[in-house]
Design a protein around this ligand. Sequence first.
Ligand code: ADP
Length: 433
Amino acid sequence: MQDIRWNAFWLCFILLIISLITWASSDAITALLVFTSGLLVYLLNHIYWIYKLNLWLKKPILNQVPHGRGIWEDIFASLYQLHRQHSRNQTQLSSALGRFRHAASALPDGVVVLNSVNEIEWCNRPAETKLGLNLKKDENQPISYLIRQSDFINYLQAQDYSEPIKLYSAAHPDMTLEIQLIPFGTKQKLLICRDVTQKEKIDAMRRDFIANVSHELRTPLTVVGGFVETLLDMDGAIPESTRTYFNMMQDQTNRMRRLIEDLLTLSHIESNAQPPEDSVINMGRMTAMLLNDGNALSKGKHTLTLEAAPDLDLIGSPEELQSALSNLVSNAIRYTPQDGTIHISWKLQADGSGQFSVSDNGIGIEQIHIDRLTERFYRVDRGRSRETGGTGLGLSIVKHILTRHQAKLVITSELGVGSIFSVIFPKVRIVQN
Ligand code: ADP
């Protein structure tokens, strides 16, 4: 820019000097003529190079950049450099893309690149085999036309890709696929699909084994428990000196029975891939029932309060949700010392979701334990859990039931202050009357 300005300045200056000399040696009109002709030549020169530039821009081939003269030489030289750099970047980029495709093709997992409107841009061989795609035919086709399962369509539309989903492969019905979408770049997505058939089989075997063992243990335990109970109830059947042992036997058989019931519930929920049997749950009635059951469990040792939004109902399985929510209430009672308070609430949130929460001013939980509470058999204090009749499976059952209802469990707690266990139900499950 600086050069152009200097160039124009010097040219005008020289033209002016020549015109002044002409004026001095001849007359003013000739001088003016000399000045304007000079300017015209200057202008025509620029128009010519602009024309050349325009011509080249229509077909920008690197080694055909015009050479130019004067200031245009610099401009074309810069243009040449820029274009060369651009071509080099382009080559590097396409070789990087080539390498990426090569590497992605070697992956055992299926990889599909989707554009911003979920059309297939590229996919590797395993994706073609597992998902039944054909890159040649299906390029630029919406993925939803090719993977028609409703679970996948819902997953794609929900735009929450934090967790993978499981699908049965349409191309191989005996194959279970785990599919995860990963957003990248400008609204593009990477679809990763993995064959988890084997893992699913092992999981199913493990679940069946636990369910079978629990089931087999249930009958002998009921018999033993029944006898112990009968002996305890029968006058003079057991000497007073051994009554304590019988009481301990009864406590332990009861504990084992609870454990077996919880194991059976957990394996039943885990193996049930079907969505819950939804119906509209009258939450006024359900929360009142939770309060009643809570009071019965507390036996007057705590103050229980309830605040439920009227005319706000929930869609879900009544049995499953009753079991999950009552578990949170019973935990609050079990982990809150005598005279503590427990508050149950059910309300609509600003974003349309529903929030059920149980807060207590009980023993609280240290921060480091919170993320692990829903793991099977994870207990902060084993002794206390056992004392209060806990099995260590309650919150993992809660978590499973909530996941089946697309709900989230949020736990906030402070040691020695108390805890809040909140369940957030998505907007689609909320009914406002
Ligand atoms: P448990 O049968 O041992 O109660 P859960 O799965 O229901 O098992 O809970 C896991 C652990 O979480 C419990 O052992 C307890 O340490 C902790 N916990 C659950 N609810 C509360 C609560 N309201 N206050 C304090 N700790 C809690």
